[in-house]
Every structure is written in C-alpha cells, then in structure tokens.
Design a protein around this ligand. Structure first.
Ligand SMILES: O=C(CSCCNC(=O)c1cc(-c2ccc(F)cc2)cc(O)c1O)c1ccc(O)c(O)c1
Ligand SMILES: [Mg+2]
Length: 214
C-alpha cells in the first residue's frame, strides 16, 4: 500500500539527516517540506520565533499539544537543559509512530515523553502520570478548536502558575478565533502576537504568546 506523507518525511530524515544531530533533522525536514511535499510542521520561520520564546522561558517543565511528526518537539527539546522534561501529546497513532522515530533519530528521546491520547483525556492525568506540579511552557499546535477548551482545562487542573507561558501556532491560518478572543480579553492573560507566515508559504499566519497572570 502507498506510504503516507509522515512516512515519506521520516524516510528523508533517516536517509539525509545526521543521526544524533537535531539541527540536521530540522534542516532535512524543512528542505523536504519546501522541495518535496508540504507538511504541517511549524516550519523554520515560526520555528525561529518558537526557539526564541523557549530560550527566554528556559522551562523546566514543558508541554506540547499536537506532536505530528515531531519537528517542533525536536526544536523545543534541543534547547532544553538536561534534567528538564518535555511532554508531547499526540492523538493520532500513525503520527505518534513517526514522531517517536524522528525524536529518537535526533537523539532527544531522553528529554521527551511522547504520550498517545486526546488532550481532553490526558491533561487531567498529567499530575499523577508525571509528578508535574505546573507547566512553565505550553506549545499549542493540535486541533485548532481544542486550544480554548484545553487551556481552560489546564487552568482548572491548576497546571498553570503565575508566569506560565502559552505559545499557540496557527492563530491566523487555519485560525483559532475563540482562543484569540479569550486570551486577548481575559484579565488572567497578557497576550502578544508574533506575525509570521504559514509554514513554507507566503500566507499570513502567526504565533500568540500569552502569559498566565494567575
Ligand atoms: O495533532 C493532532 C491532530 S490535528 C493536527 C493539528 N494541526 C493542524 O491541523 C494544522 C493545520 C495546518 C494547515 C493545514 C492546511 C492548510 F491549508 C493550512 C494550514 C497548519 C498547521 O500548522 C497545523 O498545525 C491532535 C488532535 C487532537 C488532540 O487532542 C491532540 O492531542 C492532537
Ligand atoms: Mg501548526
């Protein structure tokens, strides 16, 4: 049967990237998505903004919602010091299977814990599963209509603390209107928009960074 796009992306990584070298995994995926097949990774342009926010926050506990092929997982984990933990949640088992191999190929499996499941089910289990008190950093990149319910769930489960940083992908394209309206108008968040482009295209998109004020 025909291979899937994530499988073809993984093959490109295994054939062209340097094993154990996160930057070469990132560059290989970006090249594949620009020159072979577009894929919904955060990409290099928004990825640089993601890098700068991760470096600024230097989180000890981080959560990613929506792993896909593991591209942003590798981007985040490569910047985390030893002893820190990135938990990444993926709903789709086929995506998760590819992501595990991309993360492993980059040599970052000791910093990342990939959990398969729906965010709505898994977020309430985070504390008991991982001994997490609160998340310093959350990257939202999963189903766009899950962004708002999931941050309300994070608040409800006391998994955010004063100063926790949320960074949301695709707030323009495909768009997350309810989420944007909430974080930009809620007294519990201070929000700012980083204008950019949809990965590998000239279409406008951007990242929204929101600080939880408690
Ligand atoms: O990860 C998933 C599956 S949905 C993939 C989300 N991402 C997108 O849909 C996505 C889409 C586009 C895009 C596609 C076509 C266009 F024409 C334009 C833009 C770009 C992106 O950057 C994206 O991130 C998940 C679901 C539930 C869970 O509870 C969970 O934990 C995870
Ligand atoms: Mg995205």
């Amino acid at each position: 049967t025909r291979s899937t796009r994530p499988q073809r992306l993984l093959k490109a990584v295994q054939e062209k990237a340097m094993k154990g070298d996160p930057q070469s995994v990132i560059s290989t995926i970006d090249y594949f998505c620009r020159h072979s097949e577009w894929a919904m990774n955060v990409g290099d342009e928004k990825g640089s903004i993601l890098d700068s926010v991760v470096c600024e926050v230097s989180p000890t506990t981080a959560l990613e919602l929506g792993t896909y092929c593991g591209y942003s997982t590798v981007r985040i984990a490569r910047l985390l010091p030893p002893g820190t933990q990135l938990i990444t949640l993926e709903f789709n088992p086929a995506f998760a299977a590819v992501a595990r191999q991309v993360i492993e190929y980059a040599g970052l499996h000791n910093k990342v814990c990939l959990v398969e499941g729906a965010s709505g089910d898994m977020i309430p289990k985070m504390r008991e599963m991982f001994g997490i008190k609160t998340f310093d950093f959350v990257f939202l990149d999963h189903w766009k209509d899950r962004y708002l319910p999931d941050i309300k769930l994070l608040e409800g489960c006391q998994l955010l603390r004063k100063g926790s940083i949320l960074l949301a992908d695709n707030v323009i394209c495909p768009g997350t209107p309810e989420y944007l309206e909430y974080v930009r108008n809620s007294p519990h968040y201070k929000s700012m928009y980083y204008k950019s482009h949809l990965e590998y295209t000239k279409v406008e998109d951007g990242l929204e960074k929101s600080v939880f004020l408690g």
